[in-house]
Write a protein that binds this ligand. Structure first.
Ligand code: GLN
Length: 201
């Protein structure tokens, strides 16, 4: 199974190796054909304003929105900012694929980057390491958004429909449980889509 990583800017190389380690074939995605050869996509952390410039320059916003209507996307940090419906501090464009609002750089500057040990019911409440680098905060979640993990009272990992957003960098730890779970999510989505196709036939 091919899983893409949007590879214009940011932490895409660590995500591609994480996908390989988790058992799928990673694809560095820089054009439409590469994108649609994949069953799911990771939008990595980086700098969301720079990522947005690449998307505009490469005319890649609409392909991503089209892809996200059918297949799972996991946005991490800047990727979560891109998936959000609303962005503040300051307000900026986004793909609007998840009903969340995010506040950029909500923990302060680079020096305020930190690592936390968190727990999630989808990881059987076992500890995992969450690395926050100039991370956003998810400041609003819509009614169909499920929180998969919190830091204090802040949601840091959420799911809505096909998509996931995390404000931390799962690729920065050696733990591959989160990437493996995303692959499982993509497999499930593919099974459901295949079933719907068969019913429609
Ligand atoms: N601060 C960055 C932004 O606003 C996100 C940082 C990251 O992805 N680690 O886009």
């Amino acid at each position: 199974m091919k899983i893409g990583v949007l590879s214009f800017q940011g932490d895409f190389q660590l995500h591609t190796s994480a996908i390989g380690q988790a058992g799928a074939e990673p694809v560095e995605v820089r054009n439409r054909d590469q994108l649609f050869s994949c069953e799911g996509l990771i939008i990595p952390g980086g700098e969301s304003t720079t990522l947005l410039k690449f998307l505009e320059f490469e005319d890649f916003t609409q392909p991503l929105v089209d892809f996200g209507r059918e297949r799972p996307i996991f946005g991490t940090c800047a990727g979560a900012i891109l998936l959000a419906r609303e962005v503040e501090n300051p307000s900026q464009c986004s793909l609007g694929l998840m009903d969340i609002r995010v506040r950029r750089n909500a923990y302060g500057r680079q020096a305020d980057s930190h690592t936390e040990i968190c727990r999630s019911p989808v990881l059987a409440q076992e500890a995992f390491e969450a690395n926050f680098i100039r991370a956003p905060i998810i400041s609003r979640i819509g009614p169909s958004v499920k929180v998969l993990a919190y830091s204090g009272s802040d949601p840091i990992w959420v799911r809505e429909g096909l998509h996931w957003a995390a404000t931390f960098h799962p690729e920065l730890s050696h733990d591959r449980r989160i990437h493996r779970m995303f692959l499982e999510r993509v497999r499930q989505a593919r099974k459901i889509a295949d079933c719907e196709l068969r019913i429609a036939d």
